[in-house]
Design a protein around this ligand. Structure first.
Ligand code: GAL
Length: 368
């Protein structure tokens, strides 16, 4: 009875919001209507993470293990392997369903290839939460918890422009564009966010992508692997920046691992380091920023994102509807997934000390 009522309330809230065209950016409560609510306090909670393509994913696993057990749940945290990533993750999710997980939190290896598994999860009564990366083309995802990834892209695009202007007040500026793995639903979101800032500058001629490679298919970096970004940068330097006097002013890099690979390539070619953006606040990149090499990164504190995901689980366990703050942005092709978005922060050498003041690992690196 309690379940029914809660389901109905959630539905009523959702339809009221839909009717009034109400944006929940202001913090409106709402949720996935009809999701099963309320389960035993020591239930099994599955966490399926992609392979360890960046430090944030390495961190997330341990944080989920610790946080779920502190909250009284039995956590089952799995990573997809490096080579058979998609198949691994599909099998891991299926196993979690078989074991009776009440909530399955998924950082998708390939957001477009999980429809069968999440459908089975829903059939078993589990609640599905997409973590960091959206799950595409399915009705069967209840919530999305992530940093605002479009904003990440906007911040990267703006940092690229700011960095180039600070170094050389007058354009035009020559840049190259990199994006992440095409299997990661975030890659296009980061890229589109960045292009929303860069495109007007490209249109006006103030910014020039000298190689002409502006299509996301050309800029993609398979598997988010450093070596793939490095070899593409090597080729671009040879094909486009070989001539004397042809300067590369900036590179849009979607994350830190790729930023460092791009910088390695430029250094090996004996060229001056351009303005290079990043994301994830990886230790080596924060060092590089403090040393004046990489220009920027993004702070998306993994601790806060994991905490938010676990608090959603606790809310669901209590039979309540998790708070969402966005019900209009994250369209997965079949539905708009109710989301709780956290705010990403741009970090350069200038604000690093402030940005990492609560981070015991990164804060000491900013003391120079
Ligand atoms: C994304 C994530 C980024 C970065 C990237 C590479 O989905 O949002 O922060 O880690 O994966 O693993």
């Amino acid at each position: 009875m309690k379940k029914m009522l809660l389901g109905t309330t959630a539905l009523a809230v959702a339809s009221l919001m839909a009717l009034s065209g109400c944006s929940s950016r202001t913090g409106t409560e709402g949720g996935a209507g009809g999701a099963e609510a309320g389960f035993a306090a020591d239930s099994l909670i599955g966490v399926a993470l992609p392979s360890k393509t960046s430090e944030n994913w390495v961190l997330a696993g341990q944080l989920f293990e610790d946080g779920l057990s502190e909250a009284g749940f039995e956590g089952d945290v799995q990573y997809a392997g490096a080579s058979t990533t998609v198949k691994d993750q599909q099998d891991q999710i299926s196993a979690m369903v078989t074991k009776g997980a009440k909530v399955i939190i998924i950082g998708a290896a390939d957001g477009g290839q999980l429809a069968t598994q999440v459908s089975a999860a829903k059939d078993s009564g589990a609640i599905v939460i997409a973590y960091d990366r959206l799950i595409l083309d399915t009705e069967d995802v209840d919530y999305y918890v992530a940093y605002d990834n479009f904003k990440v892209g906007e911040l990267q695009g703006q940092a690229l422009l700011d960095g180039m202007k600070a170094k050389k007040p007058e354009g035009p500026y020559n840049i190259e564009l990199f994006s992440g793995a095409s299997t990661d639903a975030n890659s296009a979101v980061f890229f589109n966010g960045a292009m929303s800032v860069l495109q007007p500058e490209i249109d006006s001629g103030n910014v020039v992508v000298l190689s002409g490679q502006t299509d996301i298919k050309q800029t993609a970096t398979a598997d988010w692997k450093a070596e793939n970004a490095q070899s593409r940068m090597d080729s671009l330097l040879t094909s486009t920046y070989g001539g004397s006097g042809v300067e590369l002013d900036g590179v849009l890099s979607p994350n830190d691992t790729l930023a460092r690979a791009i910088i390695t390539s430029v250094k090996a070619a004996g060229k001056p380091i351009p303005i290079v953006t990043g994301q994830d606040s990886e230790v080596e990149s924060v060092k590089s920023i403090m040393a004046g090499e990489q220009y920027s990164t993004i702070n998306k504190d993994t601790r806060n994102l994991v905490t938010e995901a676990i608090s959603m689980v606790s809310t669901l366990q209590a039979g309540d509807t998790p708070e969402i703050n966005d019900d209009e942005t994250y369209d997965n092709g079949v539905k708009i997934v109710p989301a709780y978005l956290l705010d990403p922060v741009i970090v350069t050498k200038e604000n690093a000390a402030e940005a990492y003041k609560d981070d015991p690992t990164l804060e000491p690196l900013t003391q120079q």
